[in-house]
Ligand binder design. Structure first.
Ligand code: TMP
Length: 212
């Protein structure tokens, strides 16, 4: 029994969490055993690191990178690998592609080092399908602002430091996601996130249905 591993990636306000939860419910309705996990999070260590990474004091870029990788290593060991080995469908709300996009393209850390760390933390088990919900950051951050103003500062940066670079940073992150999708067409699908929830969900279901 081999499980199936599906990840959602995308910038702020792209609709990942909504779509991941809808996919989990749809798979369960169709009779599959599916589990939704989020990164960072879904383990005791991951939730602890998430609080610090998102709501705590700013940390240096390298420390931030290693905290995400640490959360990922724990998630693989505690949740992802056991679930896949039991034959379940694992849905991840963010995964290694976020580190390439945010810490690599966003923060400017050397991509080959991040790839190495991603390989190390995941043991080389990458998603069978990564769904990139692509959205213009102006629209995505606008959605986040409407929901909850403080979430517009995703990494917990001080507002004055972050506001200056918000759009440039998020534009680089978007480019980082699109580049990964273009480089890995056999496992990544780009879905336009700037549509109704139901239209996006239909595209997601279509992509998942094509899995072997
Ligand atoms: P979110 O998934 O609820 O949007 O919050 C997670 C935040 O952490 C988001 O701003 C993206 C960021 N992040 C990284 O910078 N690198 C990573 O590797 C991951 C998984 C998330």
């Amino acid at each position: 029994m081999a499980g199936v591993f599906i990840a959602f990636e995308g910038g702020e306000g792209a609709g990942k969490s909504t779509q991941a939860a809808m996919l989990e419910a749809a798979l369960q309705r169709a009779g599959y055993r599916s589990t939704l996990l989020r990164e960072p999070g879904s383990t005791v260590l991951g939730d602890y690191l998430r609080q610090y990474l998102i709501g705590g004091q700013p940390v240096s870029p390298l420390a931030e990178l290693l905290m995400f990788e640490s959360a990922r290593a724990e998630l693989m060991a505690e949740r992802v690998m056991p679930l896949l080995e039991s034959g379940a469908v694992v849905i991840a709300d963010r995964f290694a592609g976020s580190t390439i996009a945010y810490q690599g393209y966003g923060r400017g850390i050397d991509l080959s080092r991040i790839e190495w760390l991603n390989d190390f933390a995941t043991g080389g088990r990458y998603p069978d399908l990564t769904i990139l919900l692509d959205i213009d950051p102006v629209i995505g951050l606008g959605r986040v602002n409407e929901r909850q103003p403080q979430l517009a500062l995703p990494m917990g940066d001080a507002p004055d430091r972050f506001e200056d670079e918000t759009m440039a940073f998020h534009d680089r992150v978007r480019r980082g996601f699109l580049k990964q999708a273009e480089d890995n067409p056999e496992t990544w699908r780009i879905i336009d996130g700037n549509r109704s929830i139901d239209a996006v969900a239909a595209s997601v279901w279509n992509a998942v249905s094509q899995l072997p």
